[in-house]
Design a protein around this ligand. Structure first.
Ligand code: BTN
Length: 253
């Protein structure tokens, strides 16, 4: 990566050909002392991890599969806020490099016309109720063609190239993302979650829409109303009850 404009993020970059998962590599780099901002990039992943134990399709050379090391000294329960911050940074950087109508589905899926183009997986380690480090794993389907997707993904997944009609330079997008992230992260550490929350809400395709979510206590259906200070989604059910959703996945109905 040439001509980095960030101060901390991406100052140390490790680039690999094929790996199992950039997350695994980032964890072991941290264990051997890698500092905040360390970035791991791979051309391909053989065991890319998604949220909730799912796999992440990461074919060679077509996407951005990366993991970023962060060491925010904030309480462990602030993790959801960092997840939402990552989605905002990613969404804004994509809007800068290509013309697509992209939005965030709670908590951090990026969708174009209802199809997923990018996903974020945060893994952390805590100590004394504070985060010791966070690995932000980011997958962006950049230049995949329809044929690069297995049949079962074609209805639910897409790429920036498919949707914008042009190939995108991956280096440019990685750099824009790091810049956006660095700016928002500084704002977050200084002013807290409020400014990030406003930005997230403006980019959301979830709020004020009918949604469904599956919880250990059953299915909840209602309208996604707002985001609270912790990053939880407030859902208003048909009988007017307010329910907070802290984790998991939602479906747009
Ligand atoms: C999701 O939407 O479920 C999250 C997907 C996260 C995928 C990225 S690709 C780079 C990093 N390494 C992984 O194994 N997963 C994340």
């Amino acid at each position: 990566l040439q001509g980095m404009r960030t101060k901390v993020l991406g100052q140390k970059v490790h680039i690999y050909g094929e790996v199992d998962s950039t997350q695994t590599i980032a964890h072991s780099l941290v264990a051997s002392g890698a500092p905040e901002g360390t970035l791991v990039l791979a051309e391909a992943q053989t065991a890319g991890r998604g949220r909730m134990g799912r796999a992440w399709h990461s074919p060679a050379g077509k996407g951005i599969w990366m993991s970023l090391v962060l060491t925010p000294r904030v309480p462990v329960y602030f993790m959801p806020q960092l997840t939402l911050l990552s989605a905002v940074a990613l969404c804004r950087s994509i809007q800068k490099v290509c013309r697509v109508d992209i939005g965030i589905k709670w908590p951090n899926d990026l969708l174009i016309k209802g199809k997923k183009v990018s996903g974020i997986l945060l893994e952390s380690s805590g100590e004394d109720e504070r985060l010791k480090y966070v690995i932000a794993g980011i997958g962006i389907s950049v230049n995949l063609k329809v044929d690069d997707y297995p049949e079962e993904l074609r209805k639910v997944a897409t790429s920036l190239a498919i949707e914008s009609g042009t190939e995108i330079k991956r280096e440019t997008l990685v750099q824009e993302f790091l810049l956006e992230f660095e700016e928002l992260y500084a704002l977050y550490l200084e002013e807290g979650f409020s400014p990030i929350r406003l930005l997230w809400e403006a980019l959301s395709v979830t709020l004020k829409r009918p949604i469904r979510t599956y919880t250990p206590n059953g299915v909840i259906e209602g309208f996604a109303d707002s985001l609270d200070d912790s990053g939880a989604l407030t859902v208003i059910t048909e009988n007017g009850e307010k329910i907070k959703v802290y984790s998991g996945d939602i479906e747009l109905r």
